[in-house]
Design a protein. Structure first.
Length: 754
C-alpha cells in the first residue's frame, strides 16, 4: 500500500495495530493526524470494516472535515459513511434518533451560548434577583461546569459543598437557577451544548438497550486530542467501546492545556487502568522543529511530575539557538519584537505570514500592535479583536471622548446606559426627539433634562449628566491618567468587569487595566509635554485609524494567545512576557497541578516554532497603573543554557533586574527522565541569611548555595566572554550548568571561609 510506505516504524504500528485498546502518545510535530487518517483508511481497505461501524471523534468541525477529505482521497466515497465529527455533532445525531426515550422530541432545538445566556438573564429577572450579582455569564459557566462533571440540578441542590461555594461567592441561588433553567429547556424541547453530552450519558445509563445497540454498531472507536476530553466525553467513549474493546485514543499529555474548559488530564494519564490490555505506541520523532527547539522543549517538560514518559527527537538540522531578549518595559518589549521581525524580513527573507507573536493574555497585544504599526508591519489578531476594537476598550474610550467633547453623539449613545443604569431605548428616543424639536444637540437636552422631560427616566438621565459634569471638572484639573482612572471607576465600568470572575470577565478587566497602563505610561513619558486627556486621545486616534486593514492581503504577522496557537506552526515564533505572575500566571500558582498546566502551555508555545524561537521579558511593566519590577519567569531557568543565547542587540545591554527567589539564571534542565522523582521530592530550604555573592572571583572547588538546587561544589568554570558559566555538582540534583550573568549564587564556603 503506497500510503504506508512514507510512515516511520511507530507510525506504521499505529496504523496497523487495529485490534484491542490502543493509546497513541503523539509528541509535538510527530504526524498524529496522518496516523489517525491512515488507520481509518487501513480499517476500511485492509480489514474490510464497514465505515458505518467506525466512530471517529474530534474537537473541531475543521479537523473532522480535513480528516474525512484525506480518508476519501485514499479509500474513495465510502469515507462519507463514517460516523465522524465533533463529540457534540455525533451525539446530537444519536439523540435525534433516541432522545424520545428520555423525554425529548426528535426535532429538539439546540441552544447556542447566546440563547442559553439570554434565557438565564430572563430567569434572573423573573426571580427578582440582582442582575449584577447573577450575571448570565457567571451563572451559565457554573451550570456548564456542573454538567461537564455529570452533576444534575437535583444532585447540585442536595450537595452541601456546592451550596457552601455559592454562598461564599454571595450567589446562594445558583442551584435554584440551575433547576429552573434545566426545566425551562426541557419544556421548550431544547438542549444546550453541554446537554448534548450530559443527556447522552443519561440515555446510555438509563437505557441499556440503546447503549448495547451502539456498542455493537461501533466496532471501532477512535478519539483525537484525547488529552482534551472531559469526564463526560470520556465516560461516553468508554461505554461505547466496552463490548469490542477496539478503542484507539490519540493525544499528548504534554499538550493538555484546557483544564479551564473542563478537560481532565487524568483521562489520558490513567487510561491504562480502565484498559489493562492497552497497547501503547509512542510517536516520538518530531518532523516540525529544529534540534535546538525540540531539545529545549524536552528540557522544560521533564520537570512535570504528572506525565507519560516519552523522548521526543528529530532528524532535522540543529538550527539557531533560542534568542532571549530583555526589555526595560513592556513598550520597549513591543519595539524590540517589531525591530527583530523587521530585521528577519530584511536579512532572511522571512514573510510576515511566517511569524507569530504569542502571549499568555490578550491584554499583552496592545504594546505589540502599536510597535508593529509604527514600522508598518501588517498583522492579524487570531481569536480576538485588535486591542482598541474590543468592546470594553471602546466603552472606556467613548467615555473619555465624550467627556472632552460633548458634541460626540456616537460616544454618548454608547455610554448613556453602559453599564446599565436604567436609561432604556425609550428614554433615549425621547431625548433625540426633544433635541430635534429644539434644534440643539443631545447634550443640551441631557444636561438640562428637567426642562424638556419628566418622570423616572428624566431623573436617571439627570444623574448621568451630573456624573459627566463631575468628569469634566476632573479632566480640567488632572492629567490623563488620573482623569481616566477616575472615570473608569466612577462610571461603574471597572467594578462591573471586576465583579465578573469568569475567564472572559477577567480578560476584559485585564484589558481595561492595560489601557490605563498605556495612559500612565503616556503621562510618565518625559518627552511628552502635554499630559492631558485630550492629548492622549489624539495619539490613540492616530493609532486606531492608521492602516485599518480592509484589503485581503494574507501576508500578516499573526498575534494570538498560546491557547489559540495549539495545533499551529510557524517558521519564527516570538513568545513575549516571560515573567513571573504573567507566565506562569499568578492565578495558576496555588497548586502543583495548576503550575504543571502552565508548564505544558509553555511547552506548547515552544513547539509551535519550526526554525527560530525568540523569548522576551521586561524588567518593568505597568500593572494597575503602577510601574512594577518584574522577575523573569521560572520557566526560563528550566531550559538548558546550551540552547539559549542572550541577545543584547536590542534593549539594554546588561540585565539590571532585582534578584528573586527564582533567580535570573538559565539553569540546565534535567538531562535524564529518571531524575524527575528526585526533583519532585526534594525542596531546598534557603538559608535565612541568604544573600547573592559577587561571582566575579568564582573558582573551581568553591562550595555554593543556590536558592532552588541547594548546596553544591563548583567543578568547572567556562570563561566564554560575557557568557561565563559554572558547572556545579549539587548534593541533591547532580550537575547543573549555570549562566553566571543570570545566576544567583551564594559562595557558601571558599578556602574554609564564607
Amino acid at each position: 500500500m503506497d500510503y504506508l510506505e512514507g510512515l516511520n516504524e511507530p507510525q506504521r504500528e499505529g496504523v496497523e495495530n487495529t485490534e484491542g485498546p490502543c493509546m497513541i502518545i503523539a509528541g509535538a510535530g510527530s504526524g498524529k493526524t496522518r496516523v489517525l487518517t491512515f488507520r481509518i483508511a487501513y480499517l476500511i481497505q485492509q480489514k474490510g470494516v464497514d465505515p458505518f461501524n467506525i466512530l471517529a471523534l474530534t474537537f473541531t468541525n475543521k479537523a473532522a472535515g480535513e480528516m474525512r477529505e484525506r480518508i476519501e482521497s485514499v479509500v474513495g466515497p465510502d469515507a462519507r459513511n463514517l460516523w465522524m465529527g465533533t463529540f457534540h455533532s455525533v451525539f446530537a445525531r444519536i439523540l435525534r434518533s433516541e432522545g424520545e426515550k428520555i423525554g425529548y422530541p426528535s426535532n429538539f432545538t439546540i441552544y447556542d451560548t447566546d440563547d442559553s445566556k439570554s434565557l438565564i438573564k430572563n430567569i434572573v429577572k423573573e426571580q427578582g434577583l440582582d442582575d449584577k450579582l447573577y450575571k448570565p455569564n457567571i451563572v451559565y459557566n457554573r451550570i456548564s461546569a456542573a454538567k461537564n462533571r455529570l452533576i444534575s440540578w437535583q444532585e447540585y441542590l442536595n450537595n452541601p459543598i456546592y451550596k457552601a461555594d455559592d454562598e461564599s461567592s454571595m450567589r446562594p441561588e445558583i442551584g435554584r437557577l440551575y433547576k429552573i433553567y434545566s426545566q425551562r429547556c426541557f419544556h421548550a424541547g431544547a438542549m444546550d451544548f453541554d446537554d448534548l453530552l450530559f443527556n447522552t450519558n443519561v440515555l446510555f445509563r438509563d437505557h441499556v438497550d440503546v447503549l448495547n445497540k451502539y456498542q455493537h454498531r461501533f466496532r471501532y472507536v477512535l478519539v483525537d486530542e484525547f488529552q482534551d476530553t472531559n469526564i463526560s466525553q470520556y465516560l461516553i467513549t468508554r461505554k461505547l467501546s466496552n463490548v469490542n474493546q477496539n478503542i484507539c485514543v490519540v493525544g499528548d499529555d504534554a499538550q493538555s492545556i484546557y483544564a479551564f474548559r473542563g478537560a481532565d488530564i487524568q483521562n489520558i494519564l490513567n487510561f491504562e487502568k480502565d484498559f489493562p490490555d492497552l497497547k501503547v505506541i509512542k510517536l516520538e520523532q518530531n518532523y516540525r522543529s529544529t534540534k535546538v527547539i525540540v531539545n529545549a522543549a524536552n528540557s522544560v517538560i521533564v520537570h512535570n511530575k504528572a506525565q507519560l514518559k516519552k523522548a521526543v527527537w528529530t532528524e532535522n538540522h540543529d538550527g539557531d539557538l533560542i534568542e532571549l531578549l530583555k526589555a526595560n518595559s513592556d513598550n520597549e518589549e513591543g519595539k524590540l519584537v517589531a525591530s527583530s521581525i523587521f530585521e528577519e524580513k530584511m536579512n532572511n527573507q522571512v514573510s510576515n505570514s511566517d511569524v507569530a507573536v504569542l502571549y499568555r493574555t490578550n491584554s499583552q497585544s496592545r504594546a505589540i500592535e502599536e510597535a508593529l504599526r509604527r514600522v508598518n508591519i501588517k498583522y492579524k489578531i487570531i481569536g480576538g479583536l485588535s486591542f482598541y476594537q474590543r468592546k470594553e476598550i471602546k466603552d472606556i474610550l467613548c467615555y473619555l471622548r465624550f467627556v472632552v467633547n460633548q458634541n460626540d453623539e456616537q460616544a454618548l449613545r454608547r455610554i448613556i446606559n453602559t453599564p446599565k443604569r436604567g436609561i432604556g431605548p425609550g428614554s433615549v428616543d425621547k431625548v433625540i426627539v426633544a433635541a430635534s424639536d429644539a434644534g440643539v444637540g443631545l447634550w443640551q437636552i441631557i444636561s438640562n433634562v428637567h426642562r424638556y422631560l419628566d418622570g423616572r427616566g428624566a431623573n436617571l438621565i439627570d444623574d448621568f449628566a451630573t456624573m459627566i459634569k463631575s468628569f469634566m471638572i476632573m479632566v480640567g484639573q488632572k492629567d490623563a491618567y488620573e482623569a481616566a482612572n477616575y472615570i473608569a471607576r466612577q462610571s461603574g465600568l471597572l467594578k462591573e468587569l471586576y465583579d465578573d470572575k469568569t475567564i472572559e470577565g477577567v480578560n476584559r478587566y485585564e484589558n481595561v487595566q492595560e489601557l490605563l497602563n498605556a495612559i500612565k505610561e503616556f503621562v510618565d513619558n518625559p518627552e511628552i509635554e502635554d499630559k492631558s486627556l485630550v492629548a492622549f486621545l489624539q495619539e490613540v486616534s492616530l493609532i486606531t485609524s492608521v492602516d485599518e486593514d480592509k484589503d485581503d492581503d494574507q501576508d500578516k504577522v499573526t498575534l494570538m494567545t498560546i491557547h489559540m496557537a495549539k495545533g499551529l506552526e510557524f517558521k519564527n515564533v516570538y513568545l513575549v512576557g516571560m515573567e513571573e505572575d504573567l507566565f506562569p500566571s499568578q492565578m495558576m500558582l496555588s497548586s502543583r497541578a495548576d503550575l504543571e498546566e502552565e508548564r505544558r502551555l509553555f511547552y506548547v508555545a515552544i513547539t509551535r516554532a519550526k526554525n527560530k524561537l525568540f523569548l522576551t521579558y521586561a524588567t518593568t511593566r505597568y500593572r494597575f497603573g503602577r510601574l512594577k519590577s518584574c522577575e523573569p519567569s521560572r520557566f526560563l531557568e528550566e531550559i538548558e543554557p546550551r540552547f539559549i543565547k542572550v541577545n543584547r542587540k536590542y534593549g539594554s545591554p546588561e540585565p539590571q533586574i532585582r534578584t528573586s527567589h527564582y533567580t535570573k539564571n538559565l539553569v540546565s534542565g534535567l538531562k535524564q527522565n529518571q531524575k524527575v522523582n528526585q526533583v519532585a521530592s526534594y525542596s531546598h530550604k534557603v538559608s535565612e541569611d541568604f544573600k547573592p555573592s559577587d561571582t566575579t572571583g568564582l573558582q573551581e572547588g568553591m562550595k555554593v548555595e543556590h536558592p532552588k538546587f541547594g548546596y553544591g561544589k563548583v567543578v568547572k568554570m567556562d570563561m566564554d566572554g560575557a557568557n561565563r558559566k559554572a558547572k556545579v555538582l549539587f548534593d541533591n540534583f547532580g550537575e547543573k550548568t549555570l549562566l553566571l550573568s543570570f545566576a544567583k549564587l551564594r559562595i557558601h564556603e571558599s578556602n574554609g571561609t564564607e
